[in-house]
Design a protein around this ligand. Structure first.
Ligand code: F6R
Length: 617
């Protein structure tokens, strides 16, 4: 989703802004732009439709080199107004004020109506242009740019992260956030803003994370932050452990490929410090967790997309392994109905980014509705200091490292690791799990990196299978038990990066409808672990085979699925346990989507219409 970069320095900022935009490309965008105040104190702006290289080309072709020591830049992901150059940010008012914006100003139409009567002219179809005009209008009665922005934001309903510059105050950059993330990069004699730290890693590793409602007045020498009530507040400067190379591609052609292959290490990093060598869980959810967990009688998981699928897998674990009731719901549904909150519920939100608008809103709704009920919130998240982690009672950080590919891979794997530790922690706190069971689960998790490594060795087999896919229009994924959500995840991966329509079904549901779809044109992908449901699954596969369906089965070596005729079988793994099986079987499905997308030539890391961090509803 939209990305912001900005800065104020004593050097030309254009290369830094462009590098920052490239580092935000992964968030998804359709156009980009940059604006600086030049040496004559004039706003110079360049915008382009498409990739950042189009913007760079335009800048390179310009008659006068673009240069400035204060500036803002943006990647836009269209919400209001089609992807087009006139809708790209920065937006400028009367050559006086330039703004970049992430989020949605929900009341922009009423603001626009008023601004039209005030004589303001609009050159875009965006909601953002009202921000530029509003700041311009407020400047007339303000002593500083800070004051103008503080007054302007009182008129906005919705979500925003803003970067604002004005020719009247050429030594001040204003940043503001409500509902959309924004960080300040702290340098020596220079400061920067960005949607996330990765954009600024080439220039700093010191960051201030703005909080909800904060407005910051930024000069070369200082950063002053004001809270939602306008009071100056001290916000800690934190050091990021990321380096500029943590987000490099290395030997891989795509981030998705790199991230699939990073999964064994991501599991090791997520387990580190949370389990002991003799297979026991140590306090993984913080000091307060044990007391909170003892009050829990049921779990409600809320998430979106891939993170939702992780929740669905965990539901099986909670109910099957420790007998604790667990519900799972997508955040965009949960937040807009009137949910009944049960006493003694642990609400678990799962999110790679920690900034997904629907998940965050659902969490806020729970906090608003809980009253005097014994209810606690836990977030499982990959991004420290994200909004979700700051608003939850407990946080478990998955240590997957930065995930750049839009399609979530290693984050999902580590979310499942986190959820398995949560099942163990709740099982222990509620005396629903024996020490033997605990050791078995933890021992299984310790073997997981090796199992994932082994699953990755099947890449060449999967590449060959992918060849038969590229001309297909539809695919069906089948699984039973925890493999059903894994089938859903496989279908989601295929559709998002290869644009092939894909659906997942619990294999037992086939004859209740989807069997009608089966013919030789639709590949059917099934996951066959060696478990109690194997024989039932084999019968389902025979139903497909008998109707001429093209089957691809990822099986446990011991499952022994009959591979004759129109059935291709990949022995993806062996000796996986109840917890490690879904995590391991997901890997071949990730590789399948990746290689199908490669053959189709789609944009693997930035699929069309999608954004990495969905900060609008
Ligand atoms: C799919 C994918 C999305 C995200 C979803 C939630 O590959 O990445 O479905 O899982 O947008 O994002 P987070 O986990 O950041 O809340």
């Amino acid at each position: 989703m939209c990305g912001i970069v900005g800065g104020i320095a004593e050097r030309n900022l254009v290369p830094i802004l462009l590098e920052g935009l490239k580092r935000l490309e992964y968030r998804g965008y359709d156009s980009s732009g940059v604006a600086v105040l030049d040496s004559e104190n004039t706003i110079q702006r360049v915008r382009a439709l498409g990739k950042i290289k189009s913007l760079e080309a335009k800048i390179a072709e310009a008659e006068h080199p673009l240069s400035g020591q204060i500036g803002i830049a943006h990647t836009r992901w269209a919400t209001h107004g089609v992807p087009a150059e006139n809708n790209a940010h920065p937006h400028i008012c009367n050559n006086q004020v330039a703004v970049v914006h992430n989020g949605i100003i929900e009341n922009y139409q009423s603001l626009k109506k008023h601004q039209l009567t005030e004589g303001y002219r609009f050159t875009s179809d965006t909601d953002t242009e009202v921000v530029a005009h509003c700041v311009h209008e407020q400047l007339k009665s303000s002593q500083t740019l800070l004051e103008a922005v503080q007054k302007a934001i009182t008129h906005f309903e919705g979500a925003y992260a803003l970067g604002v510059v004005s020719v009247e105050y050429p030594n001040t950059l204003i940043a503001a956030r409500k509902g959309s993330p924004l960080v300040i990069g702290v340098g020596i004699g220079e400061h920067f803003i960005a949607s996330d730290v990765s954009a600024l890693l080439p220039v700093t590793q010191s960051f201030i994370f703005l909080e909800e409602g904060d407005v910051a007045e930024i000069t070369r020498e200082s950063v002053n932050v004001y809270d939602v009530n306008g009071h100056q507040v001290a916000r800690e400067i934190k050091q990021s452990s990321l380096t500029m190379h943590s987000v490099d591609l290395g030997e891989h052609r795509h981030y998705m490929h790199k991230e699939i292959f990073e999964q064994p290490q991501a599991v090791i990093d997520t387990l580190e410090g949370r389990i002991t060598q003799n297979h026991m869980l140590v306090s993984a959810f913080g000091h307060d967790a044990e007391a909170i967990f003892q009050t829990v009688r049921q779990v409600q998981i809320i998430a979106c997309g891939t993170s939702y699928h992780a929740g669905l897998v965990a539901k099986y674990w909670f109910e099957d392994i420790i007998g604790l009731p667990c519900q799972v719901e997508v955040a965009s549904e949960y937040r807009y109905r009137n949910p009944v909150l049960l006493d003694h519920t642990l609400f678990v939100t799962i999110s790679q980014s920690g900034e997904t608008a629907d998940t965050l809103a659902a969490l806020q709704q729970i906090k608003a509705l809980k009253g005097d009920k014994t209810i606690a919130t836990l977030s499982i998240c990959n991004v420290p200091e994200s909004s979700l982690t700051r608003e939850s009672d407990l946080t478990f950080l998955t240590h997957a490292g930065p995930e750049i590919g839009v399609a979530s891979t290693k984050a999902f794997t580590t979310q499942l690791v986190a959820l398995s530790l949560l099942v163990t922690a709740l099982g222990k706190a509620l005396h629903l799990m024996s020490e033997t069971q605990e050791r078995k689960i933890i021992h299984g998790l310790q073997k997981l990196p090796g199992l994932l490594q082994k699953a990755l060795t099947h890449e060449n087999d999967i590449k060959a299978i992918a060849q038969g896919f590229a001309d297909k229009e539809s695919a069906l994924f089948l699984g039973r038990g925890t493999m059903y959500p894994i089938a859903m995840e496989g279908a989601l991966k295929l559709k998002e990066i290869s644009y092939i329509h894909a659906e997942a079904y619990p294999a037992g549901e086939l004859k209740h409808g989807p069997l009608a779809l089966i013919d030789e044109h639709i590949p059917v992908i099934a996951i066959a672990p060696h478990d109690d449901l194997l024989e039932k699954l084999k019968s389902n596969l025979q139903e497909v085979k008998a109707r001429g369906g093209q089957m691809i089965v990822f099986e446990d070596e011991q499952a022994d699925v009959d591979s004759q005729g129109n059935m291709k079988v990949v022995k993806a793994t062996t000796n996986v346990g109840r917890i490690t099986a879904p995590i391991t079987f997901n890997v071949p499905l990730q590789l399948l989507s990746y290689h199908v997308a490669l053959i189709k030539g789609t944009d693997v890391d930035q699929p069309r219409n999608l954004a990495k961090s969905v900060t609008v509803e």
